[in-house]
Ligand binder design. Sequence first.
Ligand SMILES: C[N+](C)(C)CCCC(=O)O
Ligand SMILES: O=C(O)CCC(=O)C(=O)O
Ligand SMILES: [Fe+2]
Ligand SMILES: [Zn+2]
Length: 449
Amino acid sequence: MWMSTVARLALPALQRSTSAMTRQALRACRRPGPTAAPLPPCLVSLHLRGRHTLESASLPVSRHLVRHVRALDDDRQMEVEWEDGGHSLYPFTWLRDNCQCPLCTLQSAQARTLLLADLDIHTGVDVVEVTNDNKVSIVWPDQHVSVFDAEWLKKRCFSPAARLAMQEELFLNRRYYWDSTLRIPSADFDEVLRDDKAALAWLLALRRVGMVYLKGAPAEQGQVARLAERIGYLRLTFYGHTWQVQDKPMANNVAYTSGKLSLHTDYPALHFAPGVQFLHCINQAKEGGESEVVDGFHMAEQLQREDPEAFQTLTSLRVDFTDTGTDYCDFMLQSKNCIIDVDADGRVVKINYNNATRDSVLDLPLHQVQPFYRALKAYVDIMNRPENVVTYRMEPGDIVTFDNWRLLHGRKSYISRPERLRHLEGCYLDWDEVMSRLRILRKAVHEDL
Ligand SMILES: C[N+](C)(C)CCCC(=O)O
Ligand SMILES: O=C(O)CCC(=O)C(=O)O
Ligand SMILES: [Fe+2]
Ligand SMILES: [Zn+2]
């Protein structure tokens, strides 16, 4: 199994920017150039999805100076002319709504106290001017005064490019797509727990690549919970705070047998499936039990290209999923999910597919049943192509952390030995909490420089 070390590679890049750091961390996943030392043949092809460059994700370091401001009263907008020649427009309504003064904002919570009932969405302005400390001050008709920081305004510019850059900084939605040549980004378990830079590199790669391998954890229960605490808190489900993947009598889930698990995302029986999954190998089988993963977003893109009709079907038809049993407590789940979720702009955002929990109830008109199976088969066939699948074998102490909205994972069947049971411990988190920690770490690491 070939891997690249995210933490170590990320360090020198920190002097530049977060995005440079990501780039550095991810460079490890690329196939080395012809000048590199003799290398294993099976490395990497990643390509970046998205329209803009990595640089736009960087935290701004330059200082933006305001040259001039003026009120465009007819448009009810304020225009800022920047020292570098650029211009930004800000609607009066938005400016009044976002007044940062202690009357309009609860400073301790950085939250708006101004009520919408008290916002005049047709307001004019009396005076706009640049202060001598590079701020913009506005006097409103009722003589309320707002003062805006130039940097703060610049980041909130409404131009398409500025909005795109801000959204990328907040959400890191650009992904590196991969296939079987991926070198799984890897990091040291203890380092990630101890060191903020290592933790940041881990979460950046988890977001961009969708998967990071952590090595060196103790081969005993409790480690995925420690890792979840590093971020915030884990996601409780009916299978418990953490759960033990073992061959169990009267298994309440196909995962708890020694059988093969075809490529799946976990928990499509929930309408909001867990965003992130950790799996820690405590004991591996002597024979079988190897792991497989594919990049579900990349596979969806391939499906869209090769078979647009199937893509259309899987992004529009909602499929029933079901899960009944007892574990943390008794449960009887039903959900309806598209196999491929797209956002309002048609971008793939989440895969929901576990063949084991797909319900026999299929809420489709008769004529859509066969087209649905045809489409699902087309997607699964693409996933199962050897050039798309990454195979690895977990050993005791290994933890795989991955994007459960994006990756599909599976395992080969194994021979179960009761005296030395194969044992993985797993847990879930959600992306909101993971991204929250990522932003805090990014801020802390940048301020530390
Ligand atoms: C591993 N486990 C049992 C917690 C969940 C398996 C995934 C699923 O049923 O969708
Ligand atoms: O046993 C494994 O390797 C994977 C288990 C799994 O996918 C699951 O528990 O959902
Ligand atoms: Fe799973
Ligand atoms: Zn105010």
